[in-house]
Design a binder for this molecule. Structure first.
Ligand SMILES: Cc1ncc(COP(=O)(O)O)c(C=O)c1O
Length: 453
């Protein structure tokens, strides 16, 4: 496939006609879709607000009734290159016109082999890597659990409170974000131990420095509950996603690395939400300069095509032929999307994420001065969390306010998504520009003013 170097056309003046709400959403067409969905869908779906999409361009989403929105959530941090990026669309169309499926577990295909090579080269840290391709984040986490157990011949796993790793059994067993994600589903995998995640804003350390406090919980676990020699791996989101968009101290991750090396434990970074340029670096691991033995990625990798990957040190990924596979993992069309996505992200979007992330953080700092309900703003690149409180002194989470903010911003043409207890996560497509950032923040400002007087 020839490589295209052309940049996407800038949006025309007409297309800058967003956000625009021409009918209160959901409009008549949207209501039809919502009605059909509600009649037949599994009741487990959440549906944050009644957005029924028609199409998108860059960081703009248009619904079926012609309303246009600025997207600050990218389909939960997935649409890395934005909507309808011409290079990604072309790569998908070309590959779909040749063939859809061959089962990469059993046969070879050019797009898959090239993506394996690309990801092995991009994997964090020095030394050769090997790569396994999946369809989703949770499948990558499941595979990583199997990999670390088989590689170390150990059973136990350490994970963090607040973490979210997916919805299949191994991933759920590692997760500890919301009780309702686990309620009535047990029993889970045995041998999983949870310790607190260091959150500079919310952890109550009783005056102990944050890193020392968080490490103390692991030492306590080793002393009283599980011998380090039984632990196969520590799974951590290097920046907490679903649990509240929390950035841990670099020295904590470095200390985890040292602890793992000391005890022969593997360090696994779940970069499903932080990876593929979101932090302004290919991986959050690169931002921190701390390199895991195994990294799992998914969300942004295919710009929305379902694909994920386990990237591991070669001496870790040496499981036996036939011990793990996937019918669709490494699907050629998804691989083509991922190759194009990685090219665009490396060439244009990591830098853009850094520049636009700084602009967003600076804008949010000003909003914090004006709105006392903003307790904390933190972020790296376009991975930004805004923690809302009822009172800055007590830090009591402002849950109702966050709910109302998300709903009302939607009705004004801004797509937001909550996480944690009372956090708005700002994770827009990495193609956002000055217009998108400034306009989106002004809607946030206006909505907050409306809600808090
Ligand atoms: C950090 C993290 N891990 C794993 C997952 C699960 O990914 P998927 O929904 O693709 O299975 C998610 C999804 O939100 C995530 O944010």
């Amino acid at each position: 496939m020839p490589k295209t170097k052309s940049k996407p056309e800038p949006l025309s003046v007409l297309e800058r006609d967003y956000p625009r709400i021409i009918v209160p959403p959901p409009g008549p067409k949207g209501r039809e879709i919502v009605k059909l969905d509600k009649a037949h869908a599994s009741t487990s779906y959440i549906k944050e607000y009644p957005l029924a999409v028609s199409h998108g361009r860059g960081a703009m989403v248009e619904d079926v009734d012609g309303n246009r929105y600025i997207d600050f959530m990218a389909g939960i941090a997935v649409a890395s290159t934005g909507y309808a990026h011409p290079e990604v669309v072309k790569a998908v169309q070309e590959q779909a016109g040749r063939f859809f499926h061959i089962c990469g577990t059993d046969f070879y295909c050019d797009a898959m082999s090239r993506l394996l090579e690309r990801l092995a080269m991009l994997g964090p840290g020095k030394g050769k890597k090997r790569v396994f391709l999946t369809n989703s984040g949770t499948e990558a986490v499941e595979g990583a659990i199997k990999l670390v157990r088989s590689s170390t011949r150990r059973t136990d796993l350490i994970a963090f409170r607040g973490a979210f790793h997916g919805r299949s059994y191994g991933a759920m067993s590692l997760g500890s974000s919301k009780a309702k994600q686990r309620a009535h589903f047990g029993p889970f995998l045995p041998g999983v131990h949870h310790v607190p995640y260091p959150d500079a804003y919310r952890s109550n350390t009783g005056g102990v420095p944050l890193t020392e406090w968080a490490l103390g919980h692991i030492h306590e676990l080793f002393k009283r509950h599980v011998a380090p020699d039984d632990v196969a791996a520590i799974f951590i989101e290097p920046m907490l996603g679903e649990g509240g968009y929390v950035i841990p101290p670099t020295e904590f991750l470095q200390s985890l690395r040292d602890l793992c090396d000391q005890h022969g434990i593997l360090l696994v970074f779940d970069e499903i939400q932080t990876g593929v340029g979101r932090t302004g670096h290919m991986w959050a691991a690169d931002y921190f300069g701390v390199h895991p033995d195994v990294l799992v990625t998914a969300k942004g990798l295919g710009s929305g095509m379902p694909i994920g990957a386990i990237i591991a040190r070669e001496d870790v990924m040496k499981w036996e032929s036939g011990s793990h596979g996937s019918t669709y993992g490494g699907n050629p069309v998804a691989c083509a999307a991922a190759l194009a996505t990685l090219e665009v992200v490396e060439r244009d979007l990591m830098k853009n994420a850094r520049v636009m992330g700084e602009r967003m953080l600076a804008g949010l700092a000003k909003l914090k001065e004006r709105h006392s309900v903003i307790g904390d703003v933190r972020g790296v690149g376009l991975f930004i969390g805004v923690d809302f409180v009822r009172d800055r002194a007590t830090k009591e989470p402002a849950k109702t306010l966050v709910h109302d903010l998300v709903q009302q911003a939607f009705r004004k043409g801004l797509l937001l998504l909550p996480c944690g207890e009372s956090v708005i996560r700002l994770a827009p497509p990495l193609v956002v520009d000055e217009y998108d950032v400034d306009k989106g923040l002004s809607i946030l400002d206006e909505t907050l003013t409306g809600l808090t007087g």
